[in-house]
Unconditional design. Sequence first.
Length: 138
Amino acid sequence: RPIWLAYTLAAVWVLLMLGLSFLSGRRPSLGPVEGRLRKCPDSPNCVCSFDTDDEHAIAPLDAGDDPAATMDRLRTLLRTLPRVRIVTDEGTYLHAEFTTAVLRFVDDIEFLLDEPAGLIHVRSASRVGRADFGTNRK
């Protein structure tokens, strides 16, 4: 009997891990299009500094007097954060994946430097679900 219990627990663990892996979702099509980050979908779990509606709009980051240096500091900061992986780094564009500790949900965060305006545009979106309880806005 103990061997069947061990097999049952192992099977439950494998199924749980497989189920949790689906929470990360597939990486969406991202990146700047014609100098802008993509608009948020209709779901409330996304914010973007290029969107204008109240639900999705968020202010871009002030890049200060030296926008390129500010982008470099942002890049360095992202590399120090736990459960953050930089996926794309193209100088003025960054895409990072933020993974939650417990359920392994993945959010895609994008930054786009607009050097002449002194701004870093931002887009943050959950891959799965609808509600994010304001996480992407934070």
